[in-house]
Design a protein around this ligand. Structure first.
Ligand SMILES: C[C@@]1(CC(=O)O)C2=NC(=C\c3[nH]c(c(CCC(=O)O)c3CC(=O)O)Cc3[nH]c(c(CC(=O)O)c3CCC(=O)O)/C=C3\N/C(=C\2)[C@@H](CCC(=O)O)[C@]3(C)CC(=O)O)/[C@H]1CCC(=O)O
Ligand SMILES: NC(=O)c1ccc[n+]([C@@H]2O[C@H](COP(=O)([O-])OP(=O)(O)OC[C@H]3O[C@@H](n4cnc5c(N)ncnc54)[C@H](O)[C@@H]3O)[C@@H](O)[C@H]2O)c1
Length: 209
């Protein structure tokens, strides 16, 4: 299957997760950084899911699945261990709703990549379902290569780029944007010397606001 990768804005949209086991927990954790409205439908949940429910981050409806649970959901995760329940979720999914089945059977509207998140910097990894184990392995290599400081690095690049876009046009703009990727900037961030980045940016802007 040739999947189309994209980054989706699902803030304030309803997401229904049917099942409350370990896979449900993985999906919830991937969704928590967003502002999606998360509902778990399951007669039981893991301790970690219970913690998110207690924190008010997830709504738990303590019951077995029925079709009306999917009303108004934009995204649906069928993540029970029972194929017949996942089939029932699939059958109840409307054509306009997007369905992911953890057992990779039947209708597959989307699959979930592994995600390394550093603020606005996101790397996703997938084998298109061929080997989730390899996906996980590559994720940990990526996580090691792009440390936590990438969040601050990309935040600086964002601010600097916005300021350059306000001040310069044409070739000059292109040139300043290219200069932003000077490896010294990343080095300064890595060494905790953000003030050097700020001073460098001011020089780059040449006193313009
Ligand atoms: C990336 C990640 C994100 C997430 O789960 O959200 C994810 N699987 C992860 C880990 C993982 N999953 C499994 C193992 C055990 C090793 C193994 O079986 O190989 C490990 C490794 C581990 O946990 O160490 C078992 C497994 N997974 C699927 C099946 C069903 C099947 O293939 O038949 C079975 C067999 C179940 C059984 O035996 O019954 C199916 C899918 N798993 C996917 C995603 C989608 C395609 C991913 C891709 O493109 O590669 C897809 C198609 C559907 C989906 O769930 O979206 C998450 C990374 C965790 C992280 O981020 O660290
Ligand atoms: N995608 C992945 O990464 C991945 C990884 C491992 C397993 N899997 C697949 O996902 C399935 C689930 O794995 P798991 O480890 O979370 O299983 P699990 O047994 O820990 O959890 C299953 C959950 O489904 C709930 N459930 C059962 N019947 C239900 C019903 N009628 N309505 C609502 N909820 C119901 C259970 O209460 C439980 O909370 C596996 O069977 C396998 O097919 C996928």
């Amino acid at each position: 299957m040739n999947y189309f990768p994209l980054l989706m804005n699902i803030d304030y949209k309803k997401v229904v997760i049917v099942g409350g086991g370990h896979v449900a927990r993985q999906k919830v954790e991937a969704l928590l950084p967003t502002k999606a409205l998360l509902t778990v439908i399951s007669p039981a949940v893991t301790d970690q899911l219970q913690h998110y429910i207690n924190e008010g981050l997830v709504t738990w409806i303590e019951k077995t699945f029925e079709p009306s649970d999917l009303d108004d959901a934009a995204l649906i995760f069928a993540v029970t261990e029972k194929e017949e329940v996942n089939n029932a979720v699939e059958e109840a999914t409307q054509h306009w709703q997007l369905l992911s089945r953890a057992d990779a059977k039947g209708r597959v509207d989307f699959i979930n990549p592994a995600v390394v998140r550093r603020g606005d910097f996101i790397v996703t990894v997938s084998t298109s379902g061929a080997s989730p184990g390899l996906t996980r392995q590559v994720k940990s290599q990526v996580a090691e290569q792009y440390g936590e400081h990438y969040a601050q690095y990309v935040a600086f690049l964002k601010e600097a780029r916005q300021r350059i876009l306000k001040v310069f046009t044409g070739d000059e703009k292109k040139q300043r944007l290219a200069e932003l990727l000077n490896p010294r900037v990343l080095q300064w961030i890595e060494q905790g010397e953000k003030q050097k980045c700020d001073a460098w940016l001011e020089r780059c802007l040449g006193g313009k606001q």
